[in-house]
Ligand binder design. Structure first.
Ligand code: NAD
Ligand code: UGA
Length: 483
């Protein structure tokens, strides 16, 4: 089906205007002014947000994304819902749609739900004209390219009377950006991975990246290695976090300090210093989903020990999150019923408005179940998103005392950081910079005594917290600062 020549890509269509599609295409447009880039989505509201003249209203918050959008939007970067039109004009189509874990049917709870990817392949099959290179940007289970190819081949047969006959190449080009640093990651990637069968198509894609990425960083592999490498990279990164979080529990039990342990092991160049920050447990839309995909794959091939090994990375992450909510109950004299707890941060990490799989969700749900009254603040997450995530409506502001002391768990939202009044505890869940500058002397005057600060990110100046007369628990700190 493939083409025997390297094409110069002039028109890109990216299906999916989410956390990956939006920033990735913005950077391609910025670095390649000679290429017209159209990002399409079925979600009209999202497309309107991408087209909003106020750059504070983009659907994705990423440092410096607004500047890139400002440089290219309506020049060579366009956001639209006209999927048909833009597929038909494109010589390269990126598929960048969501691939969440399946909720029901075969593989439920582990395998990826590929219905959105399949829908895209069908749209490309229907509307593409001439030769089109189809690029998997979404993270996909190994051998998905085969499914896409099969769907496209049917199109090739159905439309063989068209002139020119539609032809396709399928490539895998997984994305390795991290949210919060997406623009920097896209502009300075560690590597670009291109998996495929047709070297000409691979070079056509590689030529786009060569506009700003050195050739030495562009890797060609077979298509299955590329798909598997993406799942493996996320599994290895998540495994490091589960490893260090498991050690944090040992530190707390023995008197060691996980930051000291991280530093000591990270200086070993074979281990390296990154991804050794103990926290409330990894979140984000991908780590859990991609590991569970790997688990499904291993089970499918009868590799049950391999499946168990990777599943334990997710299991310990869940256990670690519950460990935090349980220790809060324990430190607050065994009951948090009717107690006010101020929650600092709800996003799964700093510098993003994304809450998918955030550790805050499970931890807050468990605290509410124990009867706590939470007041939640995050600089970039709004009340509506938290309501969806917790599956519970918030209490109205300044609700009556009756509701507050009834012992029924509840939560309320604040769009400002002044949430400490009458609280029994503060829990830091996201490492936003503004939390590092809190004046603890002032806060301590507002809190109920004895007051506790739980720092699940270990970002606070512990001396200032303790000097303010507050009790402090820090993740992985066995020095028992306050007891
Ligand atoms: P997202 O949910 O933010 O965006 C996906 C978009 O695709 C949505 O806006 C949705 O409306 C759109 N869509 C779905 N089906 C469509 C269709 N048939 N036609 C047009 N639009 C359609 O997801 P995301 O976070 O951008 O992730 C996309 C993929 O990239 C996933 O496979 C994910 O695993 C992978 N990935 C994500 C990240 C990340 O940091 N979020 C990083 C690397 C890889
Ligand atoms: C992760 C990978 O880092 C990206 O390379 C990958 O492209 C992406 O998943 C994906 O496929 O979606 P992301 O989830 O955006 O990126 O963010 P990370 O920085 O990896 O953080 C993930 C979670 O781990 C966060 O909750 C973060 O707080 C936590 N984390 C990270 C720690 O608890 N400790 C660390 O040392 C690092």
């Amino acid at each position: 089906m493939g083409r025997n020549l390297v094409i110069t890509v002039k028109n890109i269509c990216c299906i999916g205007a989410g956390y990956v599609g939006g920033p990735t295409m913005a950077v391609i447009a910025d670095k390649c002014p000679h290429i017209k880039v159209n990002v399409v989505d079925i979600n009209t509201q999202k497309i309107n947000q991408w087209n909003n003249s106020d750059l504070n209203n983009l659907p994705v918050f990423e440092p410096n994304l607004d500047k890139v959008i400002n440089r290219c939007r309506d020049k060579n970067l366009h956001f639209s819902t006209d999927i048909r039109e833009h597929i038909s004009m494109a010589d390269m189509v990126f598929i960048s749609v969501n691939t969440p874990t399946k909720q029901k049917g075969i593989g439920a709870g582990k395998a990826s739900d590929l219905k959105w990817v399949e829908a895209c392949a069908r749209e490309v099959a229907k509307y593409a004209k001439g030769h089109t290179i189809v690029v998997e940007k979404s993270t996909l289970p190994v051998r998905t390219a085969e499914v896409i190819k099969t769907i496209l081949e049917v199109a090739h047969k159905n439309y063989k009377d068209l002139e020119p006959v539609p032809t396709f190449d399928v490539l895998s080009n997984p994305e390795f950006l991290s949210e919060g640093t997406a623009i920097n990651d896209l502009e300075n990637p560690d590597r670009i991975l291109i998996g495929g069968e047709n070297l000409n198509a691979m070079e056509s894609l590689s030529n786009i990246y060569l506009n700003w990425v050195p050739k030495s960083k562009i890797l060609f592999t077979n298509i299955w290695s590329s798909e598997l490498a993406k799942l493996t990279a996320n599994a290895f990164l998540a495994q490091r976090i589960s490893s260090i979080n498991s050690i944090s529990a040992i530190c707390e039990a023995t008197g060691a300090n996980v930051r000291e342990v991280s530093r000591a092991i990270g200086l070993d160049s074979r281990i390296g210093a990154k991804f050794l920050n103990s926290g409330p447990g990894f979140g984000g839309s991908c780590f859990k989903k991609d590991i569970l995909n790997l688990v499904y794959l291993a089970k499918y091939y009868g590799l049950h020990k391999v499946a168990d090994f990777w599943e334990s990375v997710v299991d310990i992450n869940n256990w670690h999150q519950s460990r935090i909510s349980q220790l809060i109950v324990k430190k607050l004299f065994g009951t948090i019923s009717g107690k006010k707890i101020a929650i600092l941060g709800f996003a799964f990490k700093a510098n993003t408005n994304d809450t998918r799989e955030s550790a805050a969700i499970q931890i807050c749900k468990e605290l509410i179940e124990e009867g706590a009254n939470l007041i939640i603040y995050d600089p970039k997450v709004d009340q509506n998103q938290i309501t969806i995530d917790l599956g519970l409506e918030p209490l109205e502001k300044n609700c009556s005392n009756k509701e507050f002391i009834s012992g029924m768990g509840s939560w309320e939202f604040s769009n400002k950081l002044n949430i400490f009044e009458n609280s029994h505890a503060v829990l830091v869940l996201t490492e936003w910079e503004e939390f590092m500058n809190i004046e603890w002397q002032k806060v301590s005057l507002q809190m109920e005594n004895p007051a506790w600060i739980f720092d699940a990110r270990s970002i606070l100046n512990h001396k200032k917290v303790l000097d303010a007369g507050l009790n402090l628990w820090r993740i992985g700190d066995g020095s028992n600062l306050s007891q």
